[in-house]
Design a protein around this ligand. Sequence first.
Ligand SMILES: [Ca+2]
Ligand SMILES: [Ca+2]
Ligand SMILES: [Ca+2]
Ligand SMILES: [Ca+2]
Length: 294
Amino acid sequence: MLYRLQSFVFFLALLFVYSCGDDSNEPEPLRDYAVQTADDDEALREYLQTHFYNYEDFQSQPNAALDIVLDTISGDNSDKTPMLDQVMSRVITLEDSEGVESEHTLYYLIVRQGSQARPSVVDSTFVTYKGQLLTGSVFDERRYPIWFDLPQLVRGFREGITELRAGTYTVDASGDFEFQNFGQALLFIPSPLGYFNNGSSGIPAYSPLIFQTKLYTINVTDHDRDGINSIDEDVDGDGNPLNDDTDEDNLANMYDVDDDNDGVYTFDEYDEDGDGIPDDTDGDGIPDYLDPDN
Ligand SMILES: [Ca+2]
Ligand SMILES: [Ca+2]
Ligand SMILES: [Ca+2]
Ligand SMILES: [Ca+2]
């Protein structure tokens, strides 16, 4: 009898190990962008309908440095305005590995607009931020400003922050910067515009994200130093320079020093006569730097 019990336990243990191994060898197939974004949109709208931010503090102290605080609409706060009534949105199109397009709604709430220029999606930004899940769990926070090259960031953050304007600054006697009139916003991001299936310890796969951020200043960036700012290498004009690759060498024009792969650096054929207009020697409407025939 004792022997039989031991075999039974052993058998169960084998099943368990086998089951674990099987799971790790066959990860869940990638979810469909369109299906996931519909689920995320419902969760985000539910959150926005049931939560508010400390807008009254921002109204009563327009010149104070304030952090955004999110809270539930309930009890003493039952009369607060839900963020769903305050957000704006834009739709961003993604293409999956099979080329199927899907549309994703990014919500943003401008708390303070800022006073200077807006960054493009491929500029560098000097920001602070806090990232959290809809549960309120904070997965990342940066309270001292840091430079971020926007192409390195998740799409939702990269697109959302372009709705903000940078601030002004003064430098005191000890060389410290103080920023004023900078942009401050909340971004509400469905997972396909976030980390999608790439979960990590603090972020489960397929999590919608909330970021709050302050945009202090920006640096218009020319990543490949070819004399054309990265945002101006968006040849197809869809607002995203990361998908333009004229010579199809898998290096986007904004990172490619020879965009048409004709052996002449873009820097050396963009505007040789210096009139501010890209040269088009053979007059075919394709500027020389994108024209392998020239
Ligand atoms: Ca460039
Ligand atoms: Ca483009
Ligand atoms: Ca290229
Ligand atoms: Ca060239």
